[in-house]
Design a binder for this molecule. Structure first.
Ligand SMILES: NC(=O)c1ccc[n+]([C@@H]2O[C@H](COP(=O)([O-])OP(=O)(O)OC[C@H]3O[C@@H](n4cnc5c(N)ncnc54)[C@H](O)[C@@H]3O)[C@@H](O)[C@H]2O)c1
Length: 433
């Protein structure tokens, strides 16, 4: 690949990360082939449409497909740069599953040629990029791979994690700083030259293992700090305190910045990635492991509190506000809100109503529970109890006048002016018993 010509790029995995990445690279003028195992995903993108919800992505994909810069396929083709953005889940024992990454490696191996750059973007346990390198070396003994030859290698391999925020992916893909870890310093330089084509943030080069760990550390940091806030909220519930008031006051200290509690921690990043560190160093990670336990435990605490509330009001109509794992997105993976709402639906059936503007229909686990999906206006008109599980803007902006008479359990602290909060109800129940 000559530095003055735009590289042909193949992005493997066209999900929440891969599709925006492919579109942004195409917008920079590179010809991009998006590769996915799902024919449905491929067909959707080739029509210039998208299969995920992300701000401004539809217009961008439509434009780059129409200009012939982005196309999708289930079949690999030669390219100059390969960007891998496939899932990296964990198994039932929280051990990382890198089989999708290795499968992507097997897919691209046959078409690799001298000069190609392979970049792994999937969040990965430390050592995965080297495992990918070893796999490529095994499958393509004709190629000199970095770190396994004394000569100049034929291909470059690097790790470059994503730290974008859903809902702001397009903006952050270009403006965030990036850590680019090469299997060798030469690999890092090759990957750096590629990212400079479309990233405006600072690109910092390092080794692959440090870059892998950096991504895991970022999410473990968030998880540990959210766990502190969630533990405070459980303590406050027990003591009859308003955790939001306590945090607001404590954060007036110039060196204190406590994060916001919630119904737990969801998504496929913060709730998953810390386990990759724990798995890599089980004896050395009591804090990270405990934080995971606290955040998972918070879901059960919310379920127990919500159940007690509904049981105390058997004739009340109850609305659960939100199923997504965070505000203003349509991503329901590992969502604590979804967990809480489905538990309530299973226990109280038709008494429970779900409001989720980002879901066309309720997820499968709500089938046959009797719970129904309604919109926020119906909830405000007909429901007596509102359980806030997600801080979607559409909920946040509900004026006090429309909810003042409701009994509210606000797990996100979006309505600090709510007069009849569940805390007071609980205090009344405690006094009465
Ligand atoms: N979504 C986020 O906000 C986010 C943020 C940072 C990092 N990440 C990481 O990025 C990676 C991808 O996450 P995502 O959210 O985009 O996942 P996703 O599930 O939305 O998309 C993955 C896509 O890869 C496809 N795929 C699976 N195996 C494949 C294969 N062998 N070949 C080709 N395609 C294949 C799937 O069909 C799917 O379309 C994960 O490691 C994730 O942890 C995600």
């Amino acid at each position: 690949m000559k530095s003055d010509t735009k590289p042909a790029v193949c992005v493997v995995g066209l999900g929440y990360i891969g599709l925006p990445t492919a579109a942004v690279i195409a917008r920079a003028g590179c010809k991009v082939l998006g590769l996915d195992v799902s024919q449905k995903v491929v067909d959707t993108i080739n029509r210039g449409e998208i299969h995920i919800e992300e701000v401004d992505l539809d217009g961008l994909v439509h434009g780059v497909v129409a200009r012939g810069l982005l196309s999708a396929s289930t079949e690999v083709a030669p390219a100059d740069v390969f960007v891998i953005a496939v899932p990296t889940p964990f198994d039932k024992d929280h051990a990382p599953d890198i089989s999708y990454v290795l499968s992507a490696g097997r897919t691209i191996a046959p078409v690799l040629k001298q000069g190609d750059v392979v970049i792994l973007e999937s969040t990965s346990p430390v050592g995965t990029t080297e495992q990918l390198r070893d796999l490529l070396a095994e499958l393509r003994p004709d190629l000199k791979v970095p770190g396994r030859t004394a000569e100049i290698p034929d291909i470059s391999i690097a790790y470059c994690p994503e730290r974008v925020l859903p809902g702001r992916i397009l903006e952050e893909l270009t403006n965030n700083d990036r850590s680019i870890g090469g299997v060798t310093p030469r690999c890092a330089r090759k990957a750096l030259a590629f990212y400079k084509r479309f990233v405006r943030g600072e690109c910092v080069t390092t080794d692959a293992r440090s870059a892998e760990m950096t991504k895991l550390v970022e999410n473990a940091y968030r998880d540990v700090n959210i766990a502190f806030a969630n533990e405070l909220s459980i303590v406050s519930d027990t003591m009859g305190l308003d955790v939001w008031e306590v945090i607001r006051l404590a954060n007036r200290h110039p060196r204190v910045n406590i994060l916001s509690p919630g119904p737990g921690v969801g998504g496929h990043c913060i709730a998953v990635d810390p386990w990759f560190i724990v798995h890599g160093a089980p004896e050395q990670t009591p804090l990270i492991r405990t934080a995971r336990g606290v955040n998972d435990g918070k879901m059960h605490h919310v379920v127990a509190r919500a159940e007690a509330l509904v049981e105390a009001h058997p004739k009340a109509k109850v609305a659960c506000l939100g199923l997504a794992f965070k505000a203003n997105i349509d991503d329901f993976r590992e969502s604590p809100a979804r967990f809480v709402a489905s538990r309530l639906a299973r226990k109280f059936g038709s008494q429970i109503h779900i409001v989720e503007p980002y879901a066309a229909q309720l997820p499968i686990e709500f089938t046959d529970t009797g719970a129904t999906q309604i919109d926020i206006d119906d909830a405000l008109e007909t429901c007596d109890i509102l359980i806030v599980l997600v801080d979607h803007d559409v909920f946040r902006v509900v004026p006090l006048a429309e909810r003042a008479e409701k009994l509210v359990y606000d797990t996100r602290g979006i309505w600090p002016d709510q007069p009849q909060a569940v805390r007071e109800q609980e205090a009344a129940l405690r006094l009465a018993s």
